[in-house]
Design a protein around this ligand. Structure first.
Ligand code: 5AD
Ligand code: SF4
Length: 447
């Protein structure tokens, strides 16, 4: 079969990154090989995100720029997928005449057929129907040579309807995978050299409650821990309301589960949390954080925060800052509230000016940077277990790996250590990474 070249541009979250990997795996069977050079591609896919306006704008802008490439190469096929494609659907064709097809979040499995149909008839296609289960959920992504870590989807969709969020409308209702399928996929990944799995879902804590097949999420993690070759387990994202005591205990009971949890809090004001329909109070959230830290003193806690949600007063915002000072997250992703069509928040009064949102965001990010740096400096002179991922981007003599708490560490070492667990003494903590030195057991221990 002749190799044809595929270029994929991905916007948005880890879920989207994994969707793109699955798209490439599906199209590999039709002879498509990935290229990093968009100019050489025979097929370009844009995997879009719609969670905030900025992400949507980036996808529109790229799509606009593709007109020129298509003019040079009329045979080129261009497709748009992901959340924005799900939202805009057919209308995409009206605004972008050079686009060949639009496919939704439940239609990824249809890519080979869609592309084949376009090659044959060159007519415009839109496929955005929702199904009860997402057929591409278990598409196997063969790990590339030297890859250490792999995403594994355990559930998709969301039933929460947080007031600001488009996900439930664009990804559909929660659907889970049978645990046996998940375990089988991980066994296969381990056989092909994968050491770390990152379990993915919009709300992984729903696993075993509303979806799955009887096994709780904690029980699933423990089963994964027994798969030979798997050294580390991570998961994302959790909803604070659904974080169970059983799962919190799992951080101490299951050795392979890394001590890091991403637990989006969104706001430190109970008034705003209620308007957001989050289903917990700040006090309840803090109790979970205390419980996590009491059982696992070294656990890293990261979070998402939105500033400038409709109705957020200076006092509400100050409550978010106060909460951050009490909790001291390891790091946070923070965003200005972005109005999304069709959400409940769109109907709320008390919209905040863009410049005020920006002021709040900048101040919050400065505080978070201080906390992150303090936490990283506190790791200086400690011994950390690192899973070596690859050569560091900064220096050809350095390797890059992560601590169990998901922090990046650069240190000197040979590429043969890729995929190995090594012990490193941290020499310096920076804002975005740590520097360390591999511990030579023969030469003596460190404290
Ligand atoms: N505006 C700003 N941030 C949002 N998020 C989701 N929807 C919006 C929105 N409309 C943020 C939340 C979520 C993260 C993935 O994106 O913090 O946890
Ligand atoms: Fe969106 Fe809330 Fe579902 Fe997360 S839990 S995907 S923020 S609706």
């Amino acid at each position: 079969m002749k190799n044809t070249l595929l270029y994929i541009e991905t916007f948005g979250c880890q879920m989207n990154v994994h969707d793109s990997e699955q798209m490439a795996a599906l199209l590999a069977d039709s002879g498509y090989k990935l290229t990093e050079n968009i100019m050489l591609a025979d097929l370009i896919l844009i995997n879009t995100c719609s969670i905030r306006e900025k992400a949507a704008q980036k996808a529109y802008s790229l799509l606009g720029r593709l007109v020129k490439i298509k003019k040079k190469n009329p045979e080129l096929i261009i497709g748009v997928g992901g959340c924005l494609a799900q939202h805009i659907g057919q209308k995409f064709h009206k605004n972008f005449a050079h686009l060949d097809f639009v496919f939704g979040t439940h239609n990824i499995d249809r890519l080979p057929q869609i592309v084949a149909a376009i090659k044959e008839k060159r007519e415009k296609i839109t496929e955005i129907d929702f199904y009860e289960s997402v057929n591409s959920i278990g598409v196997f992504v063969p790990p590339q040579n030297g890859k250490v870590s792999a995403f594994v989807t355990i559930m998709q969709g969301c039933n929460n309807f947080c007031a600001y969020c488009v996900v439930p409308y664009l990804r559909g209702a929660e659907t889970g995978r049978p645990s046996e399928d998940i375990l089988e996929e991980i066994r296969k990944l381990a056989d092909q050299g994968i050491k770390e799995v990152i379990l993915l879902g919009q709300n992984v804590n729903s696993y075993g409650k509303t979806i799955g097949n009887g096994l709780s999420f904690a029980a699933l993690i423990k089963k994964i821990g027994k798969i030979p070759g798997i050294e580390r387990i991570r998961f994302t994202t959790s909803h604070p309301r659904d974080l169970s005591d059983e799962l919190i205990r799992c951080f101490t009971e299951e050795e392979k589960l890394c001590e890091h949890i991403h637990l989006p809090v969104q706001s430190g004001s109970n008034k705003i949390l209620a308007l957001m329909n989050r289903g917990y109070t700040v006090e309840e959230y803090m109790k979970k954080v205390d419980h996590l830290r009491n059982l696992n003193p070294h656990i890293s806690i990261t979070s998402d925060i939105i500033v400038g949600f409709p109705g957020e007063t200076q006092d509400d915002y100050q409550e978010t800052i106060d909460m951050m000072k009490k909790i001291r997250f390891d790091s946070t992703f923070s965003f200005k509230y972005s109005e999304r069509e069709g959400t409940e928040a769109q109907k709320l009064e008390g919209k905040i000016e863009e410049c005020e949102k920006l002021r709040r965001l900048k101040q919050l990010q400065m505080l978070q940077d201080r906390h992150t740096l303090d936490k990283n400096i506190a790791l200086e002179n400690t011994r950390q277990e690192i899973l070596v991922e690859r050569r560091s981007k900064n220096s050809k003599d350095d390797l890059m790996g992560r601590t169990r708490s998901w922090k990046i560490v650069n240190f000197e070492g040979g590429l043969e250590l890729t995929g190995k667990l090594v012990d490193v003494k941290i020499s310096k903590g920076y804002l975005h990474s740590l520097r360390g030195k591999m511990i030579d057991e023969e030469a003596g221990s460190v404290d």
